[in-house]
Each structure stands twice: as C-alpha cells, then as structure tokens.
Design a protein around this ligand. Structure first.
Ligand SMILES: [Zn+2]
Length: 291
C-alpha cells in the first residue's frame, strides 16, 4: 500500500511533469476507478477534456490537480494504485484503467491499479480544497500543520497514543509502520494514554514521525525521475531503515532486548519492551459502598 511519503513523491512528480498541461482527451478503460464520480465514466471524461492543470496538491494520501475552471481532479491510490506519466507510445500497463492525454502529445497521465480500491473523480469547485476531503487533517510533512493544536488534542484524550497517531482526523498520513518507528525512536509504548504524556513527549514524537517520513521520502524520491514517473508503493526504504516494524524477535538496536509483536487493530504493533515499557493500568477508584 502506498504510504504518505510515496504519495508525496507522486505529487512532486506530477508537479514537475504536467503543470500547465491541457487535458485533451480522457479514456476510461474500467468503470470501477471512477465510481465515485456521480456523472459516470463519460461525464467524468467530459468534465476533464479541455481543462488545464494548474497545480498538484495533496492532503494526507489524497492528491488533487486543480483545474483552470475551479474544479479539481481528485485521486487516491488505494492499495495498489499508480499515477504514471508516460510517453504515449509506451505500451499499456497490464492494469491500466484511465488514460489522460495531454496537449502536445509528448506525454500522458495513466492511472494503473490492479485491485482498484483507489480511484479518480472530478471534484466540483475543489481546486482550493476538495470538499470531499476537507475533514482530513494535515500531516506531519505539511508545513501548515498546527502542531500545538495536535499536542493539545492528544493530551485531552485517554486513548492510546498509537491509536491517536493513526486517527486521520487528528493528523493524517501516519501509517502503521511510521507510527511504530516514531514510537520506537521516542521510546514510548503505543498503549500509553494521550493524557499521560507531556507536551514535550508528544512534540518529540511528532518530530520523529516527520523524520521517519522524510527519510522515506528521500529514498522514494530517487526512483521517481529514474523511471520518468513511477511509484509502485515499495520505496525500498522499509527493508533498510526500520528499527522496530517487522523485526519481531530481533535485538533492539539500542538495548538488545528482542523486539516484540502484538496484535493491534487487525494489524501488528512492534516495539521494544525495555525501551518502550507498557503503561501501568489506570487505577480505577471505586467509591465505598453505602452502608
Ligand atoms: Zn530497546
């Protein structure tokens, strides 16, 4: 699944390669990826033809291309989606779903998606910020993220800090892997309640999340231009640079204690039981029984 840094790589690549380009023609090869567009495949294509791409923006894992009429082409890569910029003569990818031809005939944008959880739609009036995604919080890589507000919100809640990090309405784009890595770096157990963390701890944790994601961005960024534009969701970062995630039973790089894995929301959490001690149970105060 493409993580946020990879989506940012795609955004930056689109910005480099299709800014100012006019869409001449749209071909929808499979209806499923445009299912969220109420106008259907033909209406989707008609809404894009003749429009100029003004920018490439991102909120969390959503991408959008503001168009010259105030609408936007909104996209999500889902589990297996790719947005490629290809020369028109490049052979069609096996799972090519949507093709956007651009004026000039030198390149086209292709939406390739095997499993089709992702998709594209035209957001009416969505150039500034598509209303469909306005509820999604900013992410740690976003310079406009209000960190003080995130810290305040975290410390007002009793739920575990990892659960909060994954809450897309609080801060977006921190996936399971980045959360585990940031918590390991910050030496905080994922079950620690938000209201038991200091402001400084939360701030440091957000900083670690940003560092981990920036590192992944750096590694993913190099593959983008090499393949003209290509992101396949596997930046290679995950094999080389992980300290906790996926390392069950391997020694913690700080203290040598074997990394543990526990079930977490249908996924797994990896942590060092020494560096990241589990929180004590909240003491429940039971009022004395009336006599
Ligand atoms: Zn350790």
């Amino acid at each position: 699944m493409p993580e946020l840094p990879e989506v940012e790589v795609v955004r930056a690549g689109l910005e480099r390669h299709v800014l100012g380009a006019t869409i001449t023609d749209v071909e929808v090869l499979h209806p499923r990826p445009v299912r969220r567009d109420v106008r259907g495949p033909a209406g989707f294509a008609a809404a894009l033809a003749g429009r100029r791409i003004e920018a490439a923006r991102r909120r969390g894992k959503y991408l959008w291309l503001p168009l010259d009429n105030g609408d936007a082409l909104l996209g999500h890569l889902g589990m297996s989606g790719q947005l490629l910029v290809q020369p028109p003569e490049a052979p069609a990818e096996r799972h090519l779903r949507v093709r956007l031809r651009l004026a000039g005939g030198e390149r086209e944008v292709r939406f390739v998606d095997q499993r089709m959880f992702g998709g594209l739609s035209v957001s009416a009036g969505g150039a500034e910020l598509p209303p469909e995604i306005a509820h999604i919080a900013r992410d740690p890589l976003d310079p406009e993220l209000d960190e003080d507000e995130v810290v305040r919100k975290v410390r007002r809640r009793i739920s575990g800090i990892k659960r909060q990090l994954l809450d897309q309405n609080l801060v977006s784009g921190v996936g399971n892997i980045y959360a585990d890595e940031a918590l390991w770096r910050a030496r905080i157990h994922g079950e620690r309640p938000g209201d038991r963390l200091t402001a400084r701890q939360v701030r440091e944790l957000l900083g670690h999340a940003r560092d981990v994601m920036t590192a992944a961005l750096g590694e993913g960024g190099t593959s983008f231009d090499a393949l003209y534009v290509n992101v396949n969701g596997e930046s290679g970062y995950f094999d080389r640079s992980l300290h906790a995630y996926g390392r069950e039973g391997e020694p913690c790089e700080r203290c040598g204690t074997p990394v543990r894995r526990v079930a977490f929301m249908n996924r797994s959490s990896y942590f060092c039981p020494s560096c990241q001690p589990a929180p004590r149970r909240r003491r429940v105060v039971v009022p004395p029984a009336p006599d």
